[in-house]
Design a protein around this ligand. Structure first.
Ligand code: NAD
Ligand code: MG
Length: 389
C-alpha cells in the first residue's frame, strides 16, 4: 500500500491521478490532498477519498473548506507554509507534484528534504531549479520519477540501461494545434482556438504552451536535469500522432522508444506504482488504426519559444527561471486575450534581456529572479496593443 500526497489534486493531472487511485484501492491510499482555489472540488474529493489532511493554499478559501469538512476526521490547513510542513509527514510515502508552475517548487523541495519519493508532473520545478532539485534528491537518496509523458517514456526506455551508453534522448512533440502554420496566421489566433490540443486533454496553461512549443522547450530542460544530460544530447522531433512518447538513442546506434495511446493516466500510474507495472483495462493501441507514424523537424523560426528555451538551456544560471516566469505571465495574459500569440515570444525575450543574469543562483536568487521577471513581464503586457481595447 502506497500512501500518497497529491498536490494540485483539482487540476488535470490531479483529477486523473485520483482516477488511478480509485481504480486501485488495494495499492494506493490518499493521505493528503492540496489545491489552490477550487474549494468545491477539493471538498468533494476529500469526502470521497477521506485523506488525513487537505491543504487549500489560497487562504481566502480556508473557511469554506474547513466548514464543509467539519464533521469529518480530516484536518484542514491553508497557505504554502502549511503545505510545506504537511508534505513532510511521516505517514506519506510518495508525493505527486501536480501543482502548476513555479508555485510547485517549494513543496517539492520540502518533500525531498523529508526523504519522500517524488512523482513529478510539475515540469517548471526542474526548469527553474533542476540542478538544485536533483542534487538534493541525490543527497537524500530520493527517487524522482517523471509523470510528464515524454520523460516517463524515456525513464521506461532507460530501465536496465546505463547513462554512459546514451548518445541522445529524442523528445517527441505533437506540434500542437498550429502545426505547419506560419506567423501571418498565428498573429490572429485566439486562446479559445489555441487551447484545443489535437491529441491530449490538459490544463489551460500547458495547452497554450503546447501551441507555442514552449512546452517542448520546458521539457528539453526538464530532461536535461532529470536524466543528467549534456545540452547537446537533448533533441526534439515533431511526431503529430503522439503515439511514440519519446526515444533514447544509444552509443551502438540502437534506438528504444515507448509507445501507447495518448492518455496521461498511463504515465501517472507508472510513476505512482514504480517499480511495479500494474494492470488496467484502458483502451489499447491498435497499430492498424495508425497506418502512418510521421516525423519532421520543428519550425524554430515560427515557433520562437522553442528556440528561446533551447538558448536558455545552453545559457543556464537563472535564465530558465526568468524565461519560465515571463512565460507564466504572458500565457495568463494570452488566456485573457490581453496579448497576441506572437507577442508572447517578444515579451519573454525582452524580459530575458532586462533581468540580470546570475550564473550560479541559489534558491533565494530563483525566488528573486522569478519575482523580478514577473514584474517586468507585467509592464510589457500593460503596453500590449491588445490590452488597450
Ligand atoms: P491545472 O491548471 O489543471 O491544475 C493545477 C493544479 O495546481 C490545481 O489543482 C490548482 O489548484 C493547483 N495550483 C495552481 N496554482 C497554485 C498555487 N499558486 N499554489 C498551489 N497550488 C496551485 O494544471 P495541470 O494541467 O494539471 O498541470 C499541472 C502540472 O503538470 C504542470 O506543471 C504541467 O506542466 C504538468 N503536466 C501536465 C500535463 C497534463 O496533461 N495536464 C502533462 C504533463 C505535465
Ligand atoms: Mg509532456
Amino acid at each position: 500500500m502506497k500512501r500518497l500526497a497529491i498536490l494540485g489534486s483539482t487540476g488535470s493531472i490531479g483529477t486523473q491521478a485520483l482516477e488511478v487511485v480509485a481504480a486501485h484501492p488495494d495499492l494506493f491510499e490518499v493521505e493528503v490532498l492540496s489545491a489552490h482555489s477550487n474549494a468545491s472540488l477539493l471538498i468533494e474529493q476529500a469526502k470521497k477519498f477521506k485523506p488525513n489532511a487537505v491543504v487549500v493554499t489560497n487562504e481566502a478559501k480556508y473557511k469554506e473548506v474547513k466548514e464543509a469538512l467539519l464533521m469529518l476526521p480530516i484536518k484542514v490547513f491553508s497557505g504554502n507554509d502549511s503545505l510545506n510542513e504537511v508534505v513532510q509527514w511521516q505517514a506519506i510515502d510518495t508525493v505527486l507534484g501536480a501543482i502548476l508552475g513555479f508555485a510547485g517548487l517549494s513543496s517539492i523541495l520540502a518533500a525531498i528534504d523529508a526523504g519522500k519519493r517524488i512523482a513529478l508532473a510539475n515540469k517548471e520545478t526542474l526548469v527553474v531549479a533542476g540542478e538544485l532539485v536533483m542534487q538534493r534528491a541525490r543527497e537524500k537518496g530520493v527517487a524522482v520519477i517523471p509523470v510528464d509523458s515524454e520523460h516517463s517514456a524515456i525513464f521506461q526506455c532507460m530501465v536496465g540501461e546505463d547513462l554512459n551508453a546514451v548518445e541522445k534522448m529524442i523528445l517527441t512533440a505533437s506540434g500542437g494545434p498550429f502545426l505547419g502554420r506560419k506567423p501571418n496566421y498565428l498573429v490572429n489566433v485566439k486562446a479559445s482556438h489555441a487551447i484545443q490540443h489535437p491529441n491530449w486533454s490538459m490544463g489551460a496553461k500547458i495547452s497554450i504552451d503546447s501551441a507555442t512549443l514552449m512546452n517542448k522547450g520546458l521539457e528539453m530542460i526538464e530532461a536535461k536535469w532529470l536524466f543528467g544530460l549534456r545540452n547537446e544530447q537533448v533533441e526534439v522531433v515533431i511526431h503529430p500522432q503522439s503515439i511514440i512518447h519519446s526515444m533514447v538513442q544509444f552509443t551502438d546506434g540502437s534506438v528504444k522508444a515507448q509507445l501507447g495511446l495518448p492518455d496521461m493516466k498511463l504515465p501517472i500510474q507508472y510513476a505512482l506504482a514504480f517499480p511495479k507495472r500494474i494492470a488496467n483495462t484502458y483502451k489499447r493501441l491498435d497499430f492498424k488504426d495508425f497506418s502512418k507514424l510521421t516525423f519532421e523537424a520543428p519550425d524554430y523560426k515560427t515557433f520562437r519559444n522553442l528556440a528561446i528555451a533551447k538558448d536558455v538551456m545552453f545559457k543556464g544560471g537563472n535564465a530558465p527561471c526568468v524565461m519560465n516566469a515571463a512565460n507564466e505571465m504572458v500565457v495568463n495574459a494570452f488566456l485573457q486575450n490581453k496579448v497576441g500569440f506572437l507577442e508572447m515570444s517578444d515579451m519573454i525575450e525582452k524580459t530575458l534581456d532586462q533581468v540580470p543574469f546570475i550564473e550560479q543562483p541559489a534558491l533565494d536568487d530563483f525566488r528573486e529572479s522569478d519575482a523580478e521577471a514577473r514584474n517586468c513581464a507585467v509592464e510589457f503586457i500593460k503596453k500590449s496593443q491588445l490590452s488597450m481595447y
